[in-house]
Structure formats: structure tokens, C-alpha cells
Write a protein that binds this ligand. Structure first.
Ligand SMILES: *Cc1c(COP(=O)(O)O)cnc(C)c1O
Length: 232
């Protein structure tokens, strides 16, 4: 687990909220139209409690195992919190993911859509789902290719009957994110999807300018992460 910068969490949240509000104002948008997801991977339940104490209600996790260890208890304590899966999901974890998460950002292949669909039916739960798009067409990165997005989104809705409302992307490192945010927005618009999950600590203000409805911010709130060897 990473060691949080305790004095920093309240300050970090205030700073990020301020930047979101400023970016929204510059873009003629309402700050309430942007959901701040606090990406808390590698930080423990007490750190999450501290953020909740600063009125943070929406959290993002990357690993199903880690979320399973932290969240059922936190959800019992704080039923108003909302939990998002922002990391890649293996099909064999679909059952746990459907049980645990309110929103899943990383749907990117038919096998996973099928597994999620079956679990939604079995559990009588229907988490919100975003399709992840590999806007930079990077070989090592998850996400459907932009050229395959329309067809995949349609299958997720019609064939797998999933509650798809948005798209997610992680732009390539080392280049400007703006063109990727615009591409994601364009694909969402032509598919009638209203939610855009884009922007991290380094580029969330730009993401807000380009229409993000969710930004996923970790280190700018909690400080730097230290990964246990097994989590990577
Ligand atoms: C960790 C993570 C984030 C947050 O990253 P920071 O740079 O710490 O803000 C956002 N999105 C995804 C998918 C992540 O894995």
C-alpha cells in the first residue's frame, strides 16, 4: 500500500476541484457536469475514509482483488459512495466486478461483454458500462480500435444488452492528449453516448475543456503511488 500525504488529501482535493471548476467555466460548462473520480489504487481504506471526510463520494479502483479487500466494508459504512472500475478487467473476474462496481470503464472485447451480460442476468444487477477506446492505437494498450468502436458499441447494447452510456480513453504518454479527447468525443456523439471518461492528473483540465463528464485523478489527490510487486 502507498503512504498517503495526509495533510495533502484535503488540499489536493480542493486544488483539483478548483481546477475543474475553472476549466469548466472557461469552456462555458457547469462544474457539476464533471464527475471527479478519485483514483485510489494502492491507497488503503483509511486513506479513502479521509477523502470521504472531505466530501469525496466517487472512487476508482484498478484491480478487482484490491477493491474486494477494501470496498465491501467501505460501502457498508458509506452507502452513498460510488465505485468505478477504471482498470482492465479479465472475463473470469466479471462476476466479482458486477457484484462490486457501480460503473465499469474498461469494456473492450466481445468475450468480456458476454461474461458481463451473463453476470448481469444472474445477479439482477445492471452496472453502468463504458467502452474503452484505444484512441492512440497502441499495441500494448487495452481498448477497441476507433475503426471498430461503432460496431462494438452496437453489439454491447443490442446483442449483450449492457447499459452502455459512455466511452473511456487513456491517451498515449508523451503526446498531447487533446486530439485523443476530441476523437473520443466524436465517437461518443455519433453513437449517442453522453458520458466521456477522460483525463488524469496530468491532463484533466484539458479533458474538461474537451467535454469530459468524468475525470479520473489519483496522484494529484493522494500523492505518489508505491506499487507492491504483485499488483503490477
Ligand atoms: C491510475 C489511473 C488513473 C489516475 O492516474 P493519476 O495520473 O495518478 O491521476 C486514471 N485512470 C486510470 C485508468 C488509471 O489506471
Amino acid at each position: 500500500m502507498s503512504t498517503p500525504d495526509h495533510s495533502g488529501i484535503a488540499n489536493g482535493l480542493a486544488r483539483v476541484r478548483g481546477q475543474i471548476a475553472a476549466a469548466a467555466a472557461r469552456a462555458g460548462r457547469k462544474a457539476e457536469g464533471v464527475r471527479l473520480i478519485a483514483a485510489c489504487k494502492t491507497f488503503d481504506a483509511d486513506t479513502v475514509r479521509e477523502a470521504i471526510g472531505c466530501d469525496q463520494t466517487v472512487f476508482g479502483e484498478n484491480y478487482v482483488q484490491e477493491a474486494k479487500a477494501k470496498w465491501p466494508g467501505l460501502k457498508d459504512e458509506y452507502p452513498h459512495t460510488e465505485l468505478h472500475l477504471i482498470g482492465p478487467l479479465q472475463s473470469n473476474k466479471a462476476r466479482e466486478a458486477v457484484a462490486l462496481f457501480d460503473v465499469i470503464h474498461s469494456l473492450d472485447r466481445h468475450s468480456l461483454a458476454k461474461a458481463l451480460s451473463r453476470q448481469c442476468e444472474n445477479q439482477g444487477r445492471q452496472p453502468v458500462v463504458y467502452v474503452q477506446v484505444n484512441t492512440g492505437e497502441e499495441r500494448q494498450k487495452s481498448g477497441v480500435l476507433p475503426a471498430e468502436a461503432d460496431e462494438f458499441i452496437s453489439a454491447c447494447r443490442n446483442l449483450y444488452q449492457l447499459n452502455v452510456t459512455g466511452l473511456m480513453c487513456i491517451p498515449p504518454a508523451g503526446q498531447s492528449s487533446e486530439q485523443h479527447f476530441d476523437l473520443l468525443a466524436k465517437i461518443a456523439a455519433r453513437n449517442g453516448l453522453s458520458e466521456l471518461s477522460m483525463g488524469m492528473s496530468s491532463d484533466y483540465a484539458a479533458a474538461v475543456a474537451h467535454g469530459a463528464t468524468s475525470v479520473r485523478v489519483g496522484s494529484a489527490i493522494f500523492g505518489n503511488r508505491v506499487y507492491p510487486p504483485a499488483a503490477q
